[in-house]
Design a protein around this ligand. Structure first.
Ligand SMILES: [Zn+2]
Length: 304
């Protein structure tokens, strides 16, 4: 199994810290695979948990240490620490792929970078590190982000299903790219306060707190809409918010993205969302609103 050690050394040479993880080994007389740990078939994270005491905190790029580990456990799986040289978008099976696909079509997202097919039937898209920690992207079910303090298994690790992790686009075929802005937007822990370097040139009025409050309230209203009312509610709430875009309190692109994400999350169809938002935007931008003049006013005054 020098392939595993060679791969570990290869990741380490790129600066990616590596640590050894339990592996799948034959059980029940060779008929099935089970975790190499003492719990065997009853392990709840088979072939996915660390062999070393501190797990990913023991991960290293030191070739001597890696050689010692893989000479002790020649068939150990490869755990990589994320958040240092790369982050990973972790897509959990067909449900995750469907959620990401819907979002990608709606916002024109492309993910051309390195791509791993996991042994468990999922995918890992690798990106340049964002500095963010592990978190699920808002609105995308069965999709996760592995960043600082996180880890992923990497090729040629083997899943307990018997399938190996493998590269669909390798690190030599596709360079690591920055995480696309639309994806970052779903990962921001607190969108109103987070201003990224690329956005600092925007006038601060485009992130006015009052505009933010209106946006949050209308997105919440969309989230509460009953199934038959969702498209109408999208139109009504987006119209209201685009009026504040016209008034200079919010950013057009950001509002479109926020509504697209929220509308996908409530189950609206991407094509329908695009049409409805285009119409709400045209109407809203033609009717600018700004902050209410005095206390006692609220965004509710022009409610339905
Ligand atoms: Zn185990």
């Amino acid at each position: 199994m020098s392939g595993l050690l060679d791969a570990a050394l290869g990741y380490a040479a790129r600066g990616i810290p590596v640590y050894p993880v339990h592996w799948p080994r034959p059980s029940s007389g060779g008929a099935t695979l089970a975790c190499s740990c003492p719990r065997g078939p009853s392990c709840d994270r088979p072939a996915k948990h660390p062999l070393v005491r501190h797990g990913l905190h023991d991960a290293t790029t030191n070739p001597g240490q890696l050689e010692r580990w893989w000479s002790r456990w020649p068939t150990a799986n490869l755990g990589l620490a994320t958040g240092i040289c790369f982050d990973a978008l972790d897509i959990d099976g067909p449900a995750g792929l469907a959620a990401l696909g819907k979002f990608a079509r709606a916002v024109g997202l492309r993910l051309p970078g390195p791509l791993v097919a996991t042994g468990g039937g999922g995918w890992h898209h690798w990106f340049a590190p964002t500095g963010l920690g592990n978190r699920p992207p808002r609105g995308l079910a069965h999709v996760d982000w592995r960043g600082r303090g996180g880890c992923v298994l990497a090729p040629p690790s083997r899943h307990v299903s018997g399938w190996a992790y493998r590269w669909l686009r390798g690190l030599d075929q596709a360079p690591l790219s920055e995480a696309p802005a639309v994806l970052r937007e779903l990962l921001d822990p607190d969108p109103p306060s987070l201003i990224r370097p690329a956005d600092t040139a925007k006038p601060t009025a485009l992130r006015h707190p009052y505009g933010r409050t209106v946006l949050a309230a209308e997105l919440a209203a969309l989230g509460r809409a009953t199934p038959g009312q969702r498209n109408r509610t999208l139109n009504r709430t987006a119209f209201k918010v685009y009026r504040y875009v016209a008034g200079g309190l919010l950013d057009n692109q950001e509002v479109t993205l926020a509504f697209t994400t929220a509308a996908l999350a409530v189950g609206l169809d991407p094509a329908e969302i695009t049409r409805t938002l285009a119409s709400a935007r045209t109407a809203g931008l033609a009717n600018p609103r700004t902050m209410p003049a005095g206390p006692g006013h609220s965004s509710q005054e022009d409610g339905p």
